[in-house]
Design a protein around this ligand. Structure first.
Ligand code: PEP
Ligand code: MN
Length: 331
C-alpha cells in the first residue's frame, strides 16, 4: 500500500509511522510511505494522516499502474521520454570504451546522424575473468571528454560497488546491467541520486522480479527509472538470448516506467540487429539501445553483435519510419 501523507505531517512523525507500519519512507513532497502490498486496508491511524491511499495487488507498487496510471516522464537534459510524449530515443556506441580514438569516432557518428546519447561501458561485467574488463576511470574520463566536446549525453554502466560513485558522478544516465540487476548495494545507491537509471532485465529474471528491482531504486527516492529488456535465456541456443517482446507488452500495460529495448545483446549477432531493432521500434517503445563499433571485428567485448558504422548509418533512418508506424518520433 502506498500512502501519501498530509502536508502537516513532519519528517519525525513520518519516521515513527514508517517504523510502526514497517514501511519505507520516501522523503519527497509529499512524504510517502510504502508498506507491503499484503496490507489491503488502512487502519484509523493511517487514514488520519493520509491524503491519498493506493492499494496494490503485488509489490510492484511505485512502478505500477495502480499507483500512477500514466507513463512517467523522464527528463534526459533537453530530451524527455514517457509522459504524454511519443518520443523514442536511440542510444548507440561501442560495448566498451577501448581508446580515445575509438570512442571519439563513435561520438562523431552520433553527431553526424543526430543521435544524442552515447553509450559505452568502462567497467564490464564479463563472463570470464580472463577477458578485457574495461578501462575503468580512464574510460569514464574519455566519455566525459566526449560529452564536453560533442554535447552528447553519456550512458555507462556500474558493475559493482567499488566504482559506483564514480559512475554516478560521470554518467548522465546510469546503466545497471543484466548481471548486476539483483545487486542491492547498487540499487540502493542509485535510489539516492536523481540521475536517470537504465535498469536492464537479468536474463533469468521474471518480469515481477525485474520490476521489483526497479522498486528498490524508486523507493530509495529516485523516480527516474527506465526499464530495459535485453533478452532472456530460453531453450534456444542459436541466438544468444531471446528478446521477450511479450514481456515488453506486459511492462507497457502494467507499469508506469518507460521501456527501452536492446536488440544487440538479445540476439548477439549483428546480422539480426537491424530487423530486430525495427521490430522493437514498431512496438511504440521509448527507445532502443544498439551497439556499434568502428571496427567490430577487433572489438574487445561483444564483437559479434556490434554494427559497423555503415550498417548503423543504413539502419538509423529506418528506425524513424518504424517508430512512426507506432505514432512515435525519434528524438
Ligand atoms: C552491455 O550493455 O554492454 C552489457 C554488458 O549488457 P547486459 O548487462 O545486458 O549483458
Ligand atoms: Mn555489450
Amino acid at each position: 500500500m502506498i500512502i501519501h501523507l498530509k502536508n502537516n505531517i513532519s519528517i519525525t512523525e513520518a519516521q515513527s509511522l514508517a517504523a510502526k507500519y514497517q514501511a519505507v519512507l520516501i522523503e519527497g513532497n509529499p512524504l510517502v510511505l510504502v508498506t507491503t502490498s499484503k496490507l489491503k486496508q488502512a487502519d484509523e491511524g493511517l487514514q488520519l494522516v493520509a491524503s491519498d491511499i493506493f492499494v496494490t495487488d503485488t509489490d510492484i507498487q511505485l512502478a505500477g499502474k495502480q499507483y500512477i496510471a500514466t507513463k512517467r516522464e523522464i527528463k534526459l537534459k533537453d530530451l524527455s521520454i514517457g509522459g504524454s510524449s511519443a518520443n523514442s530515443i536511440v542510444i548507440t556506441g561501442p560495448c566498451s570504451v577501448e581508446s580515445e580514438e575509438q570512442i571519439e569516432s563513435a561520438a562523431q557518428l552520433c553527431v553526424e546522424l543526430g543521435v544524442r546519447i552515447l553509450r559505452a561501458g568502462c567497467y564490464k561485467p564479463r563472463t570470464s575473468p580472463y577477458t578485457f574488463q574495461g578501462m575503468g576511470l580512464e574510460g569514464l574520463k574519455l566519455l566525459d571528454k566526449m560529452r564536453s566536446k560533442y554535447g552528447l549525453q553519456i550512458i555507462t554502466e556500474v558493475r559493482d560497488s567499488t566504482h559506483i560513485n564514480e559512475v554516478i558522478e560521470y554518467a548522465d544516465v546510469i546503466q545497471i546491467g543484466a548481471k548486476s540487476m539483483y545487486d542491492h548495494g547498487i540499487l540502493r545507491q542509485c535510489g539516492k541520486t536523481t540521475k536517470p537509471v537504465l535498469l536492464k532485465r537479468g536474463f533469468g529474471t521474471t518480469l515481477q522480479e525485474f520490476v521489483q528491482s526497479a522498486e528498490f531504486i524508486l523507493s530509495g527516492g529516485n523516480p527516474n527509472v527506465i526499464l530495459c529488456e535485453r533478452g532472456i535465456r530460453t531453450f534456444e541456443t542459436k541466438t544468444r538470448f531471446t528478446l521477450d517482446l511479450c514481456g515488453v507488452a506486459w511492462l507497457k500495460q502494467n507499469t508506469n516506467l518507460p521501456v527501452i529495448l536492446d536488440p544487440s545483446h538479445a540476439i548477439g549477432y549483428s546480422y539480426g540487429v537491424p530487423d530486430l531493432a525495427r521490430a522493437c521500434m514498431a512496438m511504440g517503445i521509448d527507445g532502443v539501445l544498439i551497439e556499434s563499433h568502428p571496427n567490430p571485428k577487433v572489438a574487445k567485448s561483444d564483437a559479434e553483435q556490434q554494427l559497423n558504422f555503415d550498417e548503423f548509418r543504413a539502419l538509423y533512418p529506418t528506425l524513424k519510419s518504424a517508430a512512426a508506424c507506432a505514432g512515435h518520433q525519434v528524438v
